[in-house]
Design a protein around this ligand. Structure first.
Ligand SMILES: Nc1nc2c(ncn2[C@@H]2O[C@H](COP(=O)(O)OP(=O)(O)OP(=O)(O)O)[C@@H](O)[C@H]2O)c(=O)[nH]1
Length: 227
């Protein structure tokens, strides 16, 4: 918990150190996106796919929060997308919840298309989000994951679309696993990044202290259905 607080406060600091030759250092805007949803829906795999460009060989239940970052260039501006992969299991998230939501710029709700229970949990995730986010105009998107498991689908697209419409969110159906969906996962986060880029100036980038969070450093490397 303290580690997350440290990370938050380090992100809130404006970088005031001088660059080479006394010139101001290069700065890039940084956007914090939290990814939430039930355990096992594929939040870790989706964030890994976007940041590392591939499906992870193995995953374990996220404890607290995991953190991945990727720099992208949009319309000539280099920005940093910071993905906060949160724990789906209540026992691993309880004490951290307020840290997830601090200074959030966008929220990605994820459900597993092959698990109707994860879809039915969405209202409680939305409610949690409402309780912790001060601004109501923060971009939010809904992602149905695991569309590669076609024969096991339990959440029909029209049902998900209806839910998304009710909550004024765009819906994306994709797979973190299917390499053919790589571009789709990319497009989901890039669509969000484009949206955020036009937002008011945000935090300045400062490298987070991954050691404090005990995280492994990662390699950098309105659509309905892309299946
Ligand atoms: N077939 C398929 N399996 C997936 C996909 N995404 C994730 N998985 C699998 O689903 C399981 C859970 O994935 P995670 O990414 O760890 O799930 P999570 O939502 O981060 O889970 P928590 O950390 O417990 O909250 C793993 O066994 C993944 O291999 C997908 O798109 N297709």
């Amino acid at each position: 918990m303290e580690a997350a607080a440290d990370l938050e406060s380090s992100l809130e600091l404006s970088y005031s150190g001088a660059g080479p030759g006394g010139l101001p250092p290069a700065r890039s805007r940084i956007f914090k996106i939290i990814v939430i949803g039930d355990s096992n829906v594929g939040k870790t795999c989706l964030t890994y796919r976007f940041c590392a460009g591939r499906f992870p060989e193995r995953t374990e239940a996220t404890i607290g929060v995991d953190f991945r970052e990727r720099a992208v260039t949009i319309d000539g501006e280099r920005i940093k997308i910071q993905l906060w992969d949160t724990a789906g299991q209540e026992r691993f998230r309880k004490s951290m919840v307020q840290h997830y939501y601090r200074n959030v710029h966008a929220v990605v709700f994820v459900y597993d298309m092959t698990n109707i229970a994860s879809f039915h949990s969405l209202p409680s995730w939305i409610e949690e989000c409402k309780q912790h986010l001060l601004a109501s105009d923060i971009p939010r998107i809904l992602v149905g994951n695991k569309c590669d498991l076609r024969s096991a689908i339990q959440v029909p697209t029209d049902l998900a679309q209806k839910f998304a419409d009710t909550h004024s969110m765009p819906l994306f159906e994709t797979s973190a696993k299917n390499p053919n969906d790589n571009d789709h996962v990319e497009a989901i986060f890039m669509t969000l990044a484009h949206k955020l880029k036009s937002h008011k100036p945000l935090m300045l980038s400062q490298p987070p202290d991954n050691d404090k969070l005990h995280l492994k450093p990662e390699p950098k490397p309105a659509i309905t259905c892309w299946c």
